[in-house]
Design a protein around this ligand. Structure first.
Ligand code: SF4
Length: 364
């Protein structure tokens, strides 16, 4: 099976781990996609669901790794690939001067991405009627796995260590949406400025479109290299159903914001996460991707992963064929437009671990 399709299958179906403790700490709870574990297949590190209901029943099985971390991926007894697990990052063993373990400030995603949720609370998360139904931003906080507000000084300290000890090559800073019109742009700007003063590390900021487009140049000057403004769902009815609070920011506002942000950050340096499998048709997703690409925005289409404890925990992930029919069309569209994951300076599109999209791109 070609690797792109295999990765696509694994991300839709998940994998069963013979040893649930294989690899380093899984990503559970938090903002955005979760309940994954990083696994390296054919040299490519991908995030694969391991803690979801479909993963517990997946036909894909990963054996207990040997002493060097190597393992075997199989299906019905047939070996498909050798896989290994990234080792626990060294910076996880350190604590800040005020005694907070570094892994509560930022974590390793994929192979070499430092990721943090600067503000682990969100105006959208306060009530069931407003919360994004797929999001678990409050869960890791409630479980004591993170702190609510990471200060610029803490982020700078952890980023410097993660570069020095573990060779991270870019950083993702996301945030819950705070009250106020900037929608998180201000705390991203001050956090990026502190990190950039400590270490030369490309940074992606992720937030909702701020009310004032002037925030794009403020964020850029502060050290945010690339920007993610995530649509998640693309059809108005699906947006209202799965993210009733965030859907109050209209699609028109998103597209105006994309048009204003691209000249600041550059073509292909603004991106949008699209979660396939929430109810949008593949035609709707591809039509939105076409609009985004025309604006110079990289559409990062990832399969929805049902996270335990969220209102959508029983919603099925998209079938692999659904993802294949999107990604196999999207990859050539990106190629024709000259947008590519590899050219992104920082962020989820560059990391690519949550989707098979970049593998499809390489196959074009
Ligand atoms: S694609 Fe984004 S969310 Fe997924 S592992 Fe990479 S940095 Fe993290």
């Amino acid at each position: 099976m070609p690797t792109a399709q295999l990765i696509n299958e694994l991300q839709s179906c998940g994998v069963r781990l013979v040893d649930p403790n294989a690899g380093h700490q899984s990503r559970r709870g938090g903002a955005g996609p979760s309940d994954h574990k990083a696994i390296t297949i054919d040299g490519m590190t991908v995030m694969v669901p391991v803690h979801t209901a479909p993963a517990f029943e997946s036909a894909y099985l990963v054996d207990k790794p040997d002493a060097s971390g190597r393992s075997r991926l199989s299906r019905s007894g047939l070996t498909l690939a050798e896989v290994n697990f990234p080792v626990r990052p060294r910076f996880y063993d350190l604590s800040t001067t005020d005694g907070i373990p570094y892994w509560k400030i930022a974590v390793l995603h994929g192979r070499d991405v430092l990721a943090t949720t600067v503000l682990q609370s969100c105006i959208r998360y306060q009530s069931r009627t407003k919360t994004c139904q797929f999001c678990a931003i409050g869960q890791s906080l409630a479980a004591g796995r993170t702190v609510e507000r990471k200060t610029p000084a803490q982020l700078a300290e952890v980023a410097k260590a993660a570069v020095a000890l573990d060779g991270v090559s870019h950083m993702v800073m996301t945030t819950g949406t705070p009250p106020g019109r900037d929608r998180g742009a201000a705390i991203l700007a001050e956090s990026a400025a502190a990190v950039k003063a400590a270490v030369d590390l490309p940074i992606q900021g992720q937030c909702e479109p701020p009310d004032d487009d002037g925030w794009f140049s403020r964020m850029k000057s502060a050290g945010v290299d690339t920007l993610g403004m995530h649509l998640e769902a693309v059809t108005p009815a699906v947006r209202r159903r799965v993210m009733p609070g965030k859907a109050q920011v209209s699609l028109d506002r998103y597209f105006d914001a994309f048009a204003a942000a691209v000249p600041v950050f550059g073509r292909g340096q603004v991106s949008s996460y699209i979660l396939a499998g929430l109810g949008d048709t593949k035609e709707a997703i591809l039509a939105t991707c076409e609009t985004l690409i025309a604006l110079g925005v990289y559409p990062f289409v990832v399969p929805f992963v049902p996270i335990s404890g969220t209102p959508l925990e029983s919603h099925p992930p998209p079938p692999p064929q659904f993802m294949h029919e999107i990604l196999s069309v999207l990859a050539p569209m990106l190629r024709t437009a000259g947008l590519q994951a590899a050219a992104i300076k920082a962020g989820c599109g560059k990391c690519g671990a949550c989707s098979a999209l970049s593998t499809y791109e390489r196959a074009v």
